[in-house]
Design a binder for this molecule. Structure first.
Ligand code: SF4
Length: 255
């Protein structure tokens, strides 16, 4: 595979941005702040925690389900208090069978350990109201650090969370925060970044983050959604469907 020059990489970025505009789920950054209701904030945080190795829609659904089952609409701390109080065996059973007889997540065992610890942290640090993590704050890195201090939320998930908070809810400064929002590196995105030539075949997550910062400085995370979706819809691990892929004219794997 050729090593593309900067102009070629810019063309790849343009193709990703062009595809982004056609995506059904594309979200334009909003200007007006949308505030979270207490219960929605808890569902959001749980959805962020669960968004690993399962479909994103399922993660958000699972977050809402746990919050609806254990929380109270107007008392944000009720959910976390309930999680702290439940003994591990009962919590494990709830996570294993409570979701209409199914487990709510493939890592339900891991979450049986992490959720009570996360709840303890949230009660201690934020009095049970997770909106304190992001409300009236503009320092994206500080909010990311606060999110990463919660058991179950690592760097990739904190990047995703701040992207949603700023872009979809106008929080953290809204549009002003866009240059600080990075891509969330996962298998799908990395495959597209490597194959298309945006980063070398053995390029790392950090290479991908820095490349997005360099080539899309006004909003690095704009490349996140399109690369992820192309990875899911066309750029399969084997037999990618290059002919129909939105990057077909610029991708270095096939040029
Ligand atoms: S053109 Fe082919 S290899 Fe390149 S990103 Fe699309 S599916 Fe993947």
């Amino acid at each position: 595979m050729k090593t593309p020059n900067i102009r070629t990489k810019q063309k790849i970025v343009k193709a990703l941005k062009d595809y982004a505009r056609t995506m059904e789920e594309w979200v334009h950054p909003i200007d007006k702040i949308k505030k979270f209701r207490p219960s929605a904030a808890n569902s959001f945080l749980l959805g962020v925690m669960f968004d690993r190795n399962i479909d994103a829609d399922k993660a958000w659904e699972a977050g809402k389900w746990i919050n609806d089952s254990l929380g109270e609409p107007d008392d944000p701390s009720a959910l976390w208090k309930a999680l702290v109080k439940m003994d591990r065996k009962r919590l494990l059973g709830f996570l294993r069978y409570g979701y209409g007889g199914k487990s709510f997540h493939r890592y339900y065992r891991t979450f049986a350990d992490q959720l009570p610890r996360a709840a303890e942290h949230i009660l201690k640090k934020y009095n049970g109201d997770v909106r304190q993590i992001w409300n009236s704050r503009r320092d994206v890195s500080g909010v990311r650090e606060a999110l990463e201090a919660i058991p179950g939320i690592g760097q990739a998930l904190s990047r995703m969370a701040v992207l949603i908070l700023a872009r979809n809810y106008g929080l953290l400064g809204g549009r002003a925060a866009l240059p600080q929002l990075d891509i969330k590196t996962d298998t799908l995105l990395m495959r597209v970044f490597r194959r298309s030539g945006l980063i070398p075949p053995r390029g790392t997550d950090q290479d991908a983050i820095e490349t997005a910062q360099k080539l899309a400085p006004r909003f690095p995370a704009v490349l996140d959604g399109p690369a992820w979706e192309i990875g899911r819809e066309w750029c399969y691990p084997r037999n990618p469907e290059c002919k129909d892929c939105p990057l077909t004219k610029v991708c270095q794997k096939i040029l």
